[in-house]
Design a binder for this molecule. Structure first.
Ligand code: ADP
Ligand code: MG
Ligand code: MG
Length: 902
């Protein structure tokens, strides 16, 4: 039955039958070869075997019915077109067998060149090339080498060693000095290596070579490195690869032949011009393999002006056609130019913006399209501070750039020391062999983290990325000695307290202080670099695209800010209000003492006393923020964390009390504190007495905060400003909780506000799953919802972030259970579903309900798209993420209005 259906299925497409939009079926390489063919560019003829054939093969372990026959038919037509036959001893057709998936996976899959050569046709090939024996034997040895390596898993070094032996025997280190005889000898040596490793002779039958090579390309889809790469790049695992069979053209026919790569613009900076490399008398893989030094593409003008001009013409045509930077492979065979590949080229973050801007100027794309072609991850990259490397700073080591940024600080080797020094205001770099969960506090305290072991998914890397902290991992030149508090590198010793600089983007480690500067893009956002005046192409492009994002987006972007200065910076970065102002930091520092009094209060009077002392301090905090955000909404979250977090840790207190007792000091107060800490100790503080629960248990606490907010607003308004406070109740799970808080709050507000014209909204966080599931009820009592997706993720998955990120996320990422940490990007199916339900049911109950999100997902590109789709009104994120969110919110609107680029 299934066989019946597949008999007629079309598995093979001639290049003339495809086009660039068929990437799913023909892969990127095949679709673009077809496109170039149809544009009339000189592409050697060939055909593409579809990804569907690959998928059918991978599912069953067998080529699907009908495939062999279709290959036969296309091969015959290729032979007719070329006037040569595969395996013809006198005048052989040779082909390349090239993998090509929908998304380019550089170096991940396989290609075999010169298929069709054997002991007899090698002679014919030589005759075809005017008696060029060297060329023919060189091509043959390449076939055995590539076929052996990629089709039969013969270790590549063995072939390379044999080449080295041949060169040594000849007394040269240039492969061009090997003559026909040497290469003939090399073919014999290669055949022996092949036989030794495979237990069979090198296949002489061309069609067998072809079929085995096709199969090997199919199989390469599931090779481990391809699987790992896909996981990293988040490419779906079930796409399969297409296989391209292309008539060979030869760049190794002599000095008038060669091969090269070209970019239509500089993929690093985006600058216009001719970029690329050329290598004379070589086949394509030599350029990448770095066997000989290539020359800059410009020199081709001197070597072969005709081909050069022709190439430039095709480059211009391709750019005009694809309306984007193109990346091209070509080969020149005796003065005749052949185009072997093109694709929309990869580029750096800076080039992405610059090129998008240029293409708009050139009228090739519109601003929507430009917006679509850049992304928030790229913008974030451009916002990291960078080292000013203008004079001689040489790195002493290079590890893995595990979490970007530039960090400078004094070296410390333990978490405790990191906390200590950071507490004194010193910037520190925590250096460890590898980190573990015990290092968490030190990691939080440090400016950067440097480890000598571990890769991109190590504990240090995963946690640092989660915290947005600079990290270089796996710098294995470092000899780290924790007990001795030092490390050695490149013959130098670095002791605790010495200064190092680490670059989490490049993985480079420097001794001493490398000056750090804000990137140009940040200077622009800060308002210190005028986009209209600068000749910095990047800043101009970023400005232009940001302006467009702002006019297209529907989502508003607010910021999470707890202080006036944070609020001010966020506003410069384009924040349209505060979505989360946490009040807990207002209980720290010299205010701790008041909090202790509050907690220890034995009577109502003592408690009220403490609260009364806190009230004016809080009011000042809010005044500062309302002033900075004049005219914009400010969501203030009532106190959220459990109160014992404001007390010293149990062990420390116990020790202090014991020591003081020993000395015979008066410890009444410490003892009372210790008793309180013991009493308030919780097994699972995340799920304990916090948020609204605290407000309902401690009389007067929320009331004090509400009063401070209302009074601050009235003060600002009286001074001629505009304050728009929104009071947010955390951790609500049931509407009754909110109703109770709200009844009290409304009374206070009415009393404070009077006829000042101040309006105060009251809403809630949706961060407990039960709240999401009863959102319809909760909306009756809430004027807005703000999704606290950090807690919603914790409680939705049932894990505590602080514990799990360090403990097992690396393993989950490795196993592919997560493609990305659900704290980094919202889990659409699970946690996202809770958001969707709450948004829908909340709005059904109260159509004017304002919906937003606070929590780190608000600045994550993928999550922003999700919140756009779900119909939220705004996202709120940290100040530095505000531009990223603006950009992505713009992109989300453009995407859903149907513009599609590639
Ligand atoms: P990759 O995807 O790794 O670039 P390709 O399939 O593009 O692999 O091929 C590897 C190299 O061989 C490239 O440089 C390409 O230009 C060259 N090549 C592929 N097919 C042919 C052909 N038919 N004639 C000449 N060179 C070819
Ligand atoms: Mg290629
Ligand atoms: Mg929360």
């Amino acid at each position: 039955m299934a066989a019946q259906e597949t008999v007629d299925h079309k598995y093979v497409y001639d290049f003339a039958e495809g086009n660039k939009d068929l990437k799913d079926l023909l892969g990127g390489k095949g679709a673009n070869l077809a496109e170039m063919t149809n544009l009339g560019l000189p592409v050697p003829p060939g055909f593409t075997i579809t990804t569907e054939a690959c998928k059918a093969y991978l599912a069953t372990g067998q080529e699907p019915d009908g495939l062999a026959g279709q290959i036969e038919a296309h091969l015959e037509s290729l032979e007719r077109g070329m006037g040569r036959k595969l395996g013809d001893p006198d005048d052989p057709l040779l082909v390349s067998v090239r993998s090509g998936a929908k998304f380019s996976m550089p170096g991940m899959m396989e290609t075999v060149l010169n298929v069709g050569l054997n002991d007899r046709s090698v002679v014919g090939l030589s005759a075809q090339a005017g008696g060029n024996d060297r060329f023919a034997w060189d091509s043959y040895r390449r076939l055995i080498q590539m076929f052996g390596k990629t089709v039969c898993e013969v270790p590549g070094e063995e072939f390379e060693h044999a080449i080295d032996d041949a060169k040594r025997a000849k007394g040269t280190d240039n492969d061009l000095d090997l003559d026909a005889n040497d290469l003939r000898g090399l073919v014999d040596a290669f055949k022996k290596i092949f036989a030794k490793h495979t237990g069979r002779e090198f296949p002489q039958e061309p069609r067998e070579q072809l079929d085995l090579a096709i199969r090997a390309v199919f199989d390469s889809w599931n090779a481990e490195r391809a699987v790992v790469y896909r996981r990293q790049e988040r490419i779906p695992a079930d796409l399969g690869t297409a296989v391209n069979v292309v008539a060979m053209v030869f760049g190794n026919l002599g000095p008038d032949s060669g091969t090269g790569v070209a970019f239509t613009r500089d993929p690093a900076s985006g600058a216009q011009g001719i970029y690329g490399d050329y290598l004379a008398n070589a086949q394509g893989e030599d350029v990448v393999a770095g066997i000989r030094n290539t020359v800059p593409l410009q020199e081709l003008e001197r070597i072969d002006k005709k081909s050069y001009d022709e190439l430039l013409d095709y480059m211009a045509r391709l750019e005009g056609h694809y309306k984007d930077l193109c990346d091209i492979e070509f080969t020149i065979e005796r003065g005749k130019l052949w185009m072997l590949q093109t694709r929309v080229g990869k580029r750096t973050a800076a080039a992405a913006f610059v090129i998008a801007g240029q293409l708009v100027d050139e009228g090739l794309i519109d601003l929507n399209e430009a917006l679509h072609r850049v992304n928030g991850a790229q913008l974030a990259q451009l916002m990291f501070p960078r080292f000013k490397l203008d004079h001689d700073f040489e790195p002493v080591a290079k590890g893995i750039g595990a979490s970007p940024g530039a960090a400078v600080g004094k070296v410390v080797f333990t978490s405790a020391r990191a906390v200590e020094l950071a507490g004194e205001g010193e910037p520190v770099i925590l250096v460890r062999r590898e980190t573990n969960p015990d290092d968490l506090n030190g990691m939080i305290a440090a400016k950067g983290i440097l480890t000598s072991r571990g890769g991109k998914t190590s504990h240090a890397a995963v946690v640092a990325r989660g915290m947005g902290k600079t990290c270089v991992s796996g710098a294995d030149e470092l000899e780290v000695n924790i007990p001795a508090k030092k490390f050695t590198v490149a013959g130098q010793t670095v002791n605790e307290g010495d200064v190092v600089s680490i670059d989490g983007t490049t993985g480079k480690v420097y001794l001493g202080e490398v000056p750090v500067m804000p990137s140009e893009v940040v200077q622009y956002f800060e308002g210190t670099l005028d986009p209209e005046q600068t000749d910095d192409a990047l800043v101009r492009a970023v400005h232009r695209i940001m302006m467009h994002a702002d006019t297209t987006r529907r989502l508003r972007v607010r910021t999470n800010a707890d202080t006036g200065p944070d609020a001010a910076r966020a506003r410069r970065f384009g924040a349209e209000g505060i979505g989360l102002c946490r009040t807990e930091h207002m209980f720290l520092g010299d205010r701790r003492e008041l909090v202790e009094r509050l907690i220890l209060a034995g009577t109502d009077a003592e408690r009220e006393d403490a609260l009364a002392a806190l009230l004016p301090l809080q009011r000042e905090d809010f005044i500062a923020i309302f002033q900075e955000m004049d005219g914009l909404p400010v969501t203030v979250r009532l106190i959220d964390p459990p109160l014992h977090e404001f007390l010293p840790p149990l062990e420390q207190l116990a020790v202090n009390v014991a020591v003081a007792q020993e000395r015979g000091e008066d410890v009444a107060k410490e003892e009372a504190l210790l008793a309180a800490v013991r009493r308030m100790h919780e097994e699972n503080p995340m799920l304990g007495l916090r948020g609204v629960r605290l407000g309902l248990v401690i009389p007067g606490l929320f009331a004090m905060q509400v009063r401070a907010i209302a009074e601050a607003a009235v003060t600002v308004v009286r001074d001629g400003g505009t304050a728009c406070p929104e009071i947010m109740v955390p951790l609500v799970g049931a509407v009754q909780e909110l109703e109770t808080v709200r009844a009290e709050a409304e009374k206070i507000i009415a009393e404070v506000v009077g006829n000042s014209g101040v309006e105060v909204l009251i809403g809630t966080m949706i961060e407990v799953p039960r709240a999401a599931l009863t959102a319809g009820q909760i909306a009756e009592a809430a004027q807005f919802f703000s999704f606290g997706t950090n807690d919603l993720t914790q409680m939705g998955w049932g894990f505590s972030r602080d514990d799990v990120e360090g403990a097992f996320f690396w393993r989950y990422l490795e196993l592919g259970i997560f493609g990305i940490s659900p704290f980094e990007s919202i889990d659409r199916e699970g946690v996202g579903r809770l958001v969707r339900i709450a948004a829908e049911e909340g709005r059904a109950a109260r159509p004017e309900l304002k919906l937003g999100v606070c929590g780190e997902h608000g600045g994550d590109p993928d999550s922003v798209h999700f919140f756009h789709e779900v119909g939220l009104d705004y996202v709120s994120c940290s100040p530095f993420r505000v531009p990223v969110a603006r950009l992505e919110a713009g992109r989300a609107s453009v995407t859903t209005t149907g513009s599609d680029s590639r």
